[in-house]
Design a protein around this ligand. Structure first.
Ligand code: GLY
Length: 358
């Protein structure tokens, strides 16, 4: 199901309606389906349709907001709607939303009739900086995040930071974690430029957003199917996904970026113990994450569950943990073997020296 990135087609900037209209006219789709959740239906659909006349006849598929929608039954209902409305190979799916919408909508498109076109119109900073670009699609299965999925490139991505105005600050900060990540693994100068930024509700820094997307597309162009280099985008995610899964079981669940910020600090400590970064670099990373993120403790009684989640990580091979780890700030190796003991030490350090009491 993998496809190469022949045409990344990422359009960035305000008022994307005209570009989208031109794209739709050129491609002459037989029918168009817009997948959104109830939030993007309320806040983003009307401005989108008003700005792009070709969408007036589109069918709208509404999902419940949130991770629970990345479910096989929801996927089934999307396939069913496509079938009921006679979608053919020349139909198009438009994913209007955050990562949940683009993940499941992209998966539906990449499997329906063995693949139809889809485009992403991300409406969250997290989706703009990460999920909308690169073609990862998927759903959760058997309690495991993104267990089923494909890598299928969107036909185009239209990024308009105008949609960020509808987001609460916590969700803007959420996306900023992925911007810090791409800087840490790719570009020291960019990291230095953004490391002190305190994110507020008006955050809409076009230059930072553009730079983050161009760094990501640079990686995707070289390794669309995650054979090697693309794995560097998983920095912070091995620990981060386990943190996210653990907190999903709790009353107070963490957003993806909040969990990844914790993942980045634990994995940076691993880099320090493996002499891949200096103490000064570790302190810089810690300080920059601390500007916007809270470091929640991983309770001692949850450590066994945590290790279970770590063991399910898709990157593990033959029960060895494989991390994407920094080699200085701005560089990253895609696959570094790390023992369970080293990982345990990093977690213990995080819990005792970094995590807040709460
Ligand atoms: N989110 C990491 C990637 O797209 O590879």
């Amino acid at each position: 199901m993998a496809s190469s990135l022949k045409n990344p087609n990422v359009f960035i900037g305000p008022r994307q309606g005209a570009a989208l209209n031109a794209f739709l006219k050129k491609n002459k789709y037989s029918s168009i389906f817009i997948i959104c959740d109830s939030n993007t239906l309320k806040h983003c659909l009307s401005p989108l349709v008003l700005s792009c006349i070709s969408l007036k006849e589109a069918e709208v598929i509404e999902l419940e907001p949130g991770e629970d929608s990345k479910h096989i039954e929801v996927l089934g209902s999307i396939w069913q709607t496509l079938t009921d409305f006679g979608a053919d190979k020349k139909s198009l799916i438009i994913n209007l939303g955050g990562g949940v919408v683009s993940d499941i909508g992209g998966f539906a498109a990449s499997t329906y009739k063995r693949g139809i076109d889809y485009i992403n119109i991300p409406t969250t900073l997290l989706a703009i900086a990460d999920a909308s670009v690169g073609g990862k699609t998927g759903i959760n299965f058997s309690g495991i995040k993104n267990l089923l999925g494909t890598i299928t490139q969107p036909k185009a991505v239209f990024v308009d930071a105008l949609f960020l105005k509808t987001l609460p600050t916590r969700h803007i900060i959420n996306g900023f974690a992925e911007i810090i990540k791409i800087a840490l693994v790719q570009d020291k100068k960019f990291f230095t430029a953004i490391s002190h930024l305190k994110i507020n509700s008006n955050y809409n820094n076009a230059a930072v957003i553009k730079k983050a997307i161009s760094l990501k597309t640079g990686v995707i162009k070289k390794d669309p199917n995650e054979k090697s280099l693309r794995k560097i985008l998983n920095f912070g995610h091995t620990i981060g996904h386990a943190v996210e899964s653990l907190f999903l079981e709790k009353e107070y669940s963490l957003l993806h970026g909040e969990a990844i910020a914790i993942g980045m600090i634990v994995e940076s400590y691993l880099c320090l113990t493996l002499k891949r970064i200096t103490k000064t670099e570790f302190n810089l990373i810690h300080k920059s994450l601390a500007v916007n993120f809270k470091f929640y403790k991983i309770p001692a009684e949850d450590l066994a569950r945590f290790v279970e989640y770590l063991s399910q990580d898709k990157k593990n091979i033959n029960k060895t943990y494989l991390f994407a780890l920094l080699k200085g700030i701005g560089k990253c190796d895609p696959q570094v073997k790390v023992s369970r003991a080293q990982t345990g030490k990093a977690l213990a350090y995080y819990n005792s020296k970094i995590a807040n009491a709460s």
